[in-house]
Write a protein that binds this ligand. Structure first.
Ligand SMILES: Nc1ncnc2c1ncn2[C@@H]1O[C@H](COP(=O)(O)OP(=O)(O)OP(=O)(O)O)[C@@H](O)[C@H]1O
Ligand SMILES: [Mg+2]
Length: 251
């Protein structure tokens, strides 16, 4: 049987006395698209922050290909092949599109000698170009990032995550703030990326999730309340009660 690429065992997170995530145990198989859904404040981003090493769990453990990553820094996650994008657009608006990706590529490298090796700088620039090509932004490489349309900025963030060539890509609401056209383009991009890597997605747009996902996890008040195929989730009574019934995008 194939081994999970990423797994968590009893991970929880508290903020002060508030429990944002409560004892989640699950595993992700390589090459699959898994979506994490749930009402606002359910703990989705907190879960993502833990899975990507941005936030340490208050309890529980995280394993990547069987290796225990609990307590290691986020750059160690990136080095091993886990990268993510953020719910809020987080690019450098004044830098060019290409510079945004190149800076990320540079940040992923070890510090020593980086400035003195021309080959390495060329290598970083080429990696940035490849990532921009993968998200369809090559034509915009010289433009200031702030001049891009919203959907293109979200694609740029994916390019930034892709530059480390991750095996696992976590995307926190990549279609946030997008209209139907931009969403359609993002779905096409995600389908393309899914052919080559494991994708974890937080999203609110139900139609999109049902079409794209191999598997859906549902969080509610920090607890995992359902885990199954899109079909399982659509027919799950508790999920319908806490989430689907009140989600406009579902109709
Ligand atoms: N750094 C923090 N300090 C204190 N509370 C936090 C922190 N981060 C998250 N929380 C709280 O934890 C809960 C879960 O937040 P989280 O951002 O994970 O939810 P979410 O499911 O991503 O919601 P949304 O759909 O609105 O993005 C919320 O009540 C939030 O206010
Ligand atoms: Mg969130």
């Amino acid at each position: 049987m194939t081994q999970p690429i990423l797994a968590v065992d009893g991970v929880g997170r508290t903020f002060g006395g508030f429990v944002a995530l409560e004892g989640v145990t699950t595993a992700f198989m390589p090459g699959k698209v898994t979506s994490i859904i749930g009402p606002n404040g359910a703990g989705k981003s907190t879960f993502f922050n833990i899975l990507s090493g941005a936030l340490a769990p208050s309890r529980g453990s995280i394993h990547f290909k069987g290796r225990n990553l609990t307590g290691t820094k986020q750059h160690a996650f990136v080095h091993l092949g886990i990268a993510r994008s953020y719910q809020i657009t987080s690019i450098f608006p004044e830098l060019s599109v290409h510079e945004n990706v190149r800076v990320a590529a540079q940040a992923g490298r070890s510090r020593y000698n980086i400035w003195t090796h021309r080959d390495r700088l060329r290598d970083l620039a080429e990696k940035a170009d490849a990532a921009l090509d993968a998200v369809g932004l090559s034509g915009k490489r010289a433009e200031a990032a702030r001049l891009l349309a919203h959907g293109q900025q979200r694609s740029l963030e994916i390019a930034i995550a892709l530059v480390s060539d991750p095996e696992v890509l976590l995307l926190d609401e990549p279609t946030a703030g997008m209209g139907p056209e931009e969403t359609k383009e993002m779905v096409a991009l995600l389908e393309k990326l899914a052919a080559e890597r494991t994708i974890l997605l937080v999203e609110h747009k139900m139609k999109m999730i049902l079409g794209l996902s191999d598997r859906i996890l549902v969080l509610h008040h920090g607890r995992l309340i359902a885990d199954g195929t899109p079909r399982d989730i659509q027919t799950d009574a508790e999920v319908r009660r806490v989430y689907l019934g009140q989600n406009d995008g579902y109709a």
